[in-house]
Design a protein around this ligand. Structure first.
Ligand SMILES: [Zn+2]
Length: 287
């Protein structure tokens, strides 16, 4: 679990600025990234691209064409799944649910592949990079819950010293001799190749979804990005779109973001600390 701190004096000033910026607005489009799930114990390097690799991201085409790439993905996913599966929403997710409820956030898009916004009670979350709850057969299109697949993988690999409880840190790689022996599971209906419903590097974000987000931005008062460095173009493009339509961008992220130079407001606070306070301020204002 990650516990981030905020300087109390900065926090007060930042809260004032964020409240002043958002309170006159009717409706904003919100894009959340890995920083939003950090306090739930999901490391950002894993969550941001929808895979577990950190330094060696899985390439979409390699996953389709190369058995060893799929073996590497599933071995790592098998080990990382329990952490993802047991993660709980944090105060940022809960505050965002209420910011949707009071109408400030009209559309919520996430780059995260976890389901923590849904677990916090949101029903209409748009997953830019897909999510990990199901896998799909690339041959017949059948889908299977990821939890069920985990059980099958565990049975197939009962002889390997992998019980799914290991959690390699950023520097720990699974030894290649272990990956070589990892048995991957195929579609239960047709033995076809299974793929998680996430967008890998080199894969395409659903163009219909991108267009619908563009329309939402055009109709909103602002674009609010929370917990993302926007390093990937898949998220950054929405900032460019906002600029084109003269919609202000507000950023909430403790670190650098690619949109810093074009933002109307940048707040460097952890989402799980400032969002509940912001919610308090905004609900008191409307009462
Ligand atoms: Zn199939």
């Amino acid at each position: 679990m990650t516990h981030r701190q905020a300087d109390p004096s900065d926090l007060k000033a930042d809260l004032d600025r964020l409240t002043a910026f958002l309170s006159p607005l009717d409706r904003v489009v919100c894009l959340t990234g890995a920083g939003c799930s950090l306090a739930s114990g999901i490391p950002t390097y894993r969550a941001e691209n929808g895979d577990w690799q950190g330094r060696n991201p899985i390439n979409h085409q390699d996953f389709l064409e190369d058995f060893e790439t799929r073996q590497r993905y599933w071995a790592r996913s098998f080990i990382g799944w329990p952490l993802m599966h047991t993660a709980q929403p944090n105060p940022a997710h809960r505050a965002l649910k209420d910011l949707v409820a009071i109408g400030l956030v009209g559309t919520l898009i996430t780059q995260n592949v976890d389901s923590l916004h849904e677990q916090a009670g949101l029903t209409t979350v748009q997953h830019l990079h897909g999510d990990l709850t199901e896998v799909t057969c690339l041959v017949c299109g059948a889908s299977e819950p990821r939890t069920q697949l985990q059980t099958r993988l565990a049975k197939l690999n009962v002889d390997l010293a992998l019980d799914g409880k290991l959690q390699p840190d950023g520097d720990a790689e699974i030894p290649s001799e272990v990956i070589q022996h990892f048995k991957i599971a195929d579609c239960l209906l047709c033995d076809g190749t299974l793929k998680p419903n996430v967008v890998f590097f080199g894969g395409q974000v659903d163009p219909t979804l991108v267009q619908s987000i563009y329309r939402s931005i055009e109709q909103a008062d602002a674009l609010w990005v929370i917990g993302s460095s926007l390093k990937l173009f898949s998220g950054y493009r929405f900032c460019r779109h906002a600029v084109t339509f003269n919609k202000p961008i507000v950023l909430l992220n403790p670190g650098w973001t690619r949109a810093d130079p074009i933002a109307a407001l940048k707040i460097g606070q952890p989402a799980e600390i400032i969002l509940p306070k912001l919610l308090d301020r905004l609900t008191n204002l409307t009462q």
